[in-house]
Design a protein around this ligand. Structure first.
Ligand code: SAH
Length: 238
């Protein structure tokens, strides 16, 4: 369903612009139609998510050599052993997160910046944390260039959250850890939703949805997923 690690074609190529043989907009709309069908099969309706995904140019978030595949439902390598999630998992996770315009959303695992861009396109104020300095720097430059909305990026261990900007109405973790990091639960606003892949072994997780109500948390299991490792103080240590 999701990716493991991939070999890494040069990351620098990602930002180069090149003539494309196909019209990205048409491919993107076709991708969104496919996603709408997939969500409907699961009984999920998420028009705001699909509308956002129809506007974000996913082909600019992948390496130039892989652009022809940007609108297929597949994860792709983004360099440094990391991946951009496949469109259907982005659609499903964003739908399960139920973000609303104006909400403050914390994302752990900026990666390519695509998920952050989708949230910003939905009108959220996004705070996105990435632990790998090279990825953080390249993605920050790309997001600045594309001007896709209110996205602040930080290079740090996301398992500790972002205490100075807390609380957050939504928190989305796009890497899988052994447990729910306690700081993230602390930084979740009352009535808020936290989504995180959790598993006792690396790269096989269950997607958990946690809601905070009157200071208590309810956790729901939304099914199996495969994400790259969440590495940090409250994640895997390697
Ligand atoms: N949301 C991304 C997918 C990212 S893949 C996208 O749309 O492209 C997961 C990312 O999480 C990787 O870039 C990895 O480096 C990052 N990551 C792993 N552990 C982390 C941690 N503790 N804090 C911040 N980022 C982390």
């Amino acid at each position: 369903m999701f990716s493991g690690r991939h070999p890494e074609p040069g990351h620098a190529a990602r930002r180069a612009t090149g003539a494309s043989r196909v019209d990205p907009r048409r491919l993107r709309l076709r991708m969104v139609e496919g996603l709408a069908r997939q969500l409907a099969q699961r009984g999920v309706e998420a028009p705001a998510v699909l509308a956002a995904m129809a506007t974000v140019p996913r082909h600019l978030f992948v390496e130039e050599a892989l652009r022809a595949h940007a609108y297929e439902d597949t994860p792709l390598p983004i360099g440094f052993g990391q991946t951009i999630s496949q469109p259907s998992i982005v659609a499903l996770m964003t739908a399960m997160l139920a973000p609303e315009p104006g909400m403050r959303v914390l994302e752990i695992g900026t990666g390519s910046g695509y998920q952050a861009a989708v949230l910003a396109a939905m009108g959220c104020a996004v705070f996105s944390l990435e632990r790998m300095p090279e990825l953080h720097t390249a993605t920050r430059a790309l997001l600045q260039e594309l001007q896709l909305g209110a996205i602040r990026t930080y290079c740090r261990d996301g398992t500790r959250g972002l205490p100075l900007a807390a609380p957050f109405e939504r928190i989305i973790v796009t890497a899988g850890g052994p447990e729910i990091p306690a700081p993230l639960l602390d930084q979740l606003a009352e009535g808020g939703i936290l989504l995180i892949p959790v598993g006792s072994r690396p790269r096989t997780q269950r997607l958990l949805r946690v809601r905070k109500r009157q200071g208590r948390t309810d956790t729901e299991d939304l099914g199996p997923v495969i994400f790259v490792d969440l590495v940090g103080d409250h994640g895997w240590r390697h």
